[in-house]
Design a protein. Structure first.
Length: 715
């Protein structure tokens, strides 16, 4: 009898704590919404830091300048990538095109286009590092010597995708010549657009240049360069202390403008270069030979389907891996003897500069993964491998997942062993493999009476919240994550939609891509795909779009919306279930087609079901939906009973508990104590009204490995 009372007391005490945690989750909802909203404010902080750094640099650099003789001194900011001790001044073509469209859509900006050739000499008479410039239409050639006096590098962050070099240089004009000596090292053919803001508060020109670079006995290559050249008056302000306040204000405006131009740039790394149409078709044929897809010519990579309750039966009866879902950009890494290439989801290929070591180590290989920004400041690129199609001419698509993971481990091991001996051969990105864990030893800690697994605590400790975003962190990785992936072990590589590959996403990360068409009167049309050679299906929610003005501003500036209005632009949206409205997220420059209507409806179903990690864990062992429902109702009943006893006047009804909302940010996140509320479970509405489908599966798991396989190290 005493034992029974003690058990009941422990149970009601736990439910009281359970209720406290549930109410705390409700209170934290607004806090987490603010954290996610604060991401934009971080951009403002980054602007202030960049402006302060540049202001300090200029005042220091100006000390060595003669205020009466600065006609040959120039101040400029170049965008690019810091690679070791070198600054590579170039950006991707996608960002180059987007900058042009944004600038041309900005009112009050004048554009001037010029063409000229620069002949580069390492030595020219008594001078070093001279260029001889020939402007289009000029008879004479103008030799120039440009000497760097001071420079300061500002590293990129999550809000600015490129490093920036602020430099003060002296440009000396030499005597013009009628012809160019023949001992030049390089010719740089430049087609430049200069944008002037026509404002005393913006004394700078943005110069965007397409450069065709030709060297002797080396094939020509095309570069895209972006630099900002400041008017000479700015250097005068540096020398005049009475103008320092104006200087600081101007620099702040400059960084605000620059960050604004990069508001929605491509995620494509700067070391990518698009290939010719002929090369693109050649590389497509290589991939099609490895992954036959008949007459179709589109990206054949495997794609997971959304996780819903229909998937639980497979998790119970089959052998699965679980891993974090990386929030990166999907690519095939195609390695052939003549180069290294990345293939995006539009089936477009880009050459990767500086990665020739991969051609020597792994010729004739096709690897599958995601490019992510990693590191605490997200200043580095990492290609995270999660599958392999072909390795050193060996087609491995018919092998099961464990064997393919062994191949990834072999590749990473060989690469790192080579880099340890030859550090100068390193790629412009890090190479790593994703961590996969057996489903049997990743038991999600839950509040519903299940024993917590030590491995879960280790896994969830690696997922941290930073500035409203979730990051996966271990000794080798630090990158954004937005959910979980469940991979069936006993499967070959599956082309496109893979029915046994599941993705579970945090509720606030679920999104849908629509094609948005702007009509002449600015009326919007939203379309989902319906199938090949079929018109899209309209899904009109313009009246339920929260941030329409923000989206319209971005759409009007976007190249596709501007040039191909009738075709529309692919745009990502999220649905806010608490407001019953849609939210514009971003323009999907990497996609050419919207989601199929079936995917749209499937995503909406997933939002409504709101399957949590608690439920997945509970039912993974073979329990039915009815058992899960009973377990949840039992806990809710304890909440009601405890509330009635401790505070009868404060909502002793189930409907009171039903007014609490779960925090989006906690959907599926780990519990910190055994008394926490079911993770992400929404008690809005009586549990008895929730339809739990009967599980047509055995009551015990058919496969429970006892330890992690030895072939899956954290490489």
């Amino acid at each position: 009898m005493a034992d029974g009372r003690a058990q009941k007391k422990a149970k009601t005490g736990a439910s009281a704590s359970f209720l406290d945690d549930l109410l705390n989750e409700t209170k934290s909802t607004r806090k987490e919404q603010l954290e996610h909203a604060s991401v934009s404010s971080k951009s403002g902080q980054a602007q202030v830091m960049a402006a302060d750094s540049m202001f300090s640099f200029l005042l220091e650099a100006a000390k060595g300048l003669d205020a009466s003789n600065m006609d040959d001194i120039e101040l400029e900011v170049r965008l690019g990538v810091i690679m070791g001790s070198q600054f590579v001044a170039e950006i991707s073509k996608a960002d180059f095109d987007r900058l042009i469209n944004k600038l041309e859509a900005t009112g009050g900006v004048n554009c001037k286009q010029t063409k000229h050739n620069d002949y580069i000499f390492s030595h020219y008479g008594e001078y070093e590092r001279v260029r001889i410039r020939h402007e289009e239409g000029d008879e004479l050639y103008q030799p120039q010597q440009k000497r760097s006096l001071e420079h300061d590098d500002l590293k990129k962050d999550t809000h600015m995708p490129y490093d920036a070099r602020v430099s003060v240089a002296q440009e000396t004009m030499l005597d013009p010549v009628s012809e160019v000596p023949d001992d030049w090292q390089m010719i740089r053919e430049k087609d430049r657009k200069s944008y002037n803001f026509n404002s005393a508060n913006r004394p700078w020109d943005v110069e965007l240049t397409v450069v065709i670079e030709r060297s002797r006995n080396v094939p020509a290559r095309t570069l895209y360069e972006a630099e900002i050249e400041f008017h000479n008056s700015v250097l005068q302000w540096c020398k005049d202390s009475t103008k320092h306040d104006r200087l600081r204000q101007m620099i702040g405006e400059f960084w605000k403008t620059l960050f604004g131009l990069f508001g929605h740039t491509s995620k494509e790394p700067a070391f990518f270069r698009r290939v010719s149409r002929e090369k693109n078709e050649e590389l497509q044929q290589i991939c099609n030979a490895a992954l036959p897809q008949g007459s179709r010519v589109d990206f054949p990579g495997s794609m997971p389907i959304n996780f819903s309750r229909r998937c639980i039966g497979d998790l119970q009866s089959k052998e699965y891996y679980v891993s974090e879902k990386t929030d990166g950009v999907r690519y095939f890494l195609v390695i052939i003897p003549d180069g290294v290439y990345m293939c995006n989801r539009r089936y477009d290929f880009s050459a990767v500069n500086g990665a020739s070591i991969l051609s020597r180590l792994f010729p004739h290989s096709i690897l599958d993964g995601e490019m992510v920004k990693f590191g605490k400041e997200e200043g580095k690129d990492m290609f995270l491998l999660f599958d392999v199609i072909k390795f050193k001419e060996d087609l491995v698509t018919d092998r099961y997942v464990p064997d393919r993971l062994k191949v990834i481990g072999q590749a990473i091991g060989e690469y790192r062993a080579h880099i340890d001996k030859n550090p100068n051969d390193k790629c412009p990105f890090e190479l790593a493999g994703k961590v996969f864990m057996e489903k049997g030893w990743v038991t999600f800690g839950t509040t519903l009476g299940l024993k917590e697994d030590r491995q879960l605590k280790d896994l969830m400790k690696r997922i941290i919240d930073r500035h409203g975003e979730r990051y996966y962190q271990d000794k080798s990785r630090y990158h954004k994550t937005d959910g979980l992936i469940f991979t069936c072990q006993n499967e070959g590589y599956q082309i496109r939609s893979a029915p046994s590959l599941f993705k579970w996403k945090y509720l606030d990360k679920l999104s849908v891509d629509f094609r948005v068409v702007i009509e002449n009167n600015d009326k919007l049309r939203f379309y989902a795909a319906a199938g090949k050679d079929q018109p899209g299906i309209e899904y009109n929610f313009e009246q339920k779009l929260i941030n329409k003005e923000e989206m319209m501003k971005e759409l009007h500036a976007h190249e596709r919306a501007k040039k191909n209005k009738e075709h529309g632009t692919i745009v990502e949206f999220k649905y806010d279930p608490w407001q019953g409205k849609w939210v514009y997220c971003t323009i999907r420059a990497d996609k050419s087609t919207p989601n199929h209507i079936a995917i749209v409806m499937d995503t909406m179903e997933v939002m409504c079901e709101n399957v949590t990690t608690d439920e997945i864990t509970y039912r993974m062992s073979g329990r039915t939906g009815e058992e899960w429902k009973n377990k949840v109702e039992e806990h809710l009943q304890l909440i009601v009973e405890e509330t009635q006893k401790t505070n009868p006047a404060h909502g002793a009804s189930r409907s009171h508990a039903g007014n609490a909302r779960p925090s989006h940010g906690h959907h599926g996140s780990h519990a910190t104590s055994s008394s926490h509320a079911p993770q992400g479970y929404s008690p809005a509405g009586a549990p008895s009204s929730v339809q739990f489908p009967a599980a047509q599966v055995p009551k015990t798991s058919s496969y429970v490995p006892t330890q992690a396989p030895s072939y899956m190290p954290e490489y």
